[in-house]
Ligand binder design. Structure first.
Ligand SMILES: [Zn+2]
Length: 96
């Protein structure tokens, strides 16, 4: 029998065994629902609720700021590519 430390998810507050955390933030676990589960079947569950929501909130904001031609091009991109573009804009300080 093994013992495991349990703690609250740093994002949603659910309790989980620390050994099953998707990530640790300031010594607090992040559950797989929030932080992502690499074994999940859907992209949404693989990236986790927190990142999925973070990116989806910014896709229409970025899209609205593009000119017509770039907006049409952006719309054809897959979700992961859109997420990478948004991450780059945040890194450059053009988006928060
Ligand atoms: Zn959580």
């Amino acid at each position: 029998m093994t013992t495991d430390t349990w703690d609250a998810c740093d994002v949603c507050g659910c309790y989980l065994p620390v050994s099953e955390a998707a990530a640790m933030v300031d010594d607090r676990p992040v559950c797989k629902g929030c932080g992502g589960d690499p074994a999940a079947k859907t992209l949404e569950k693989r990236v986790g609720w927190a990142y999925w929501t973070f990116i989806n909130a910014r896709i229409p904001i970025l899209s609205d700021r593009l000119n017509e031609q770039n907006r049409a091009r952006f719309a054809t991109l897959g979700w992961e590519k859109k997420a990478r573009i948004i991450e780059q804009m945040i890194e450059k300080g053009n988006m928060i």
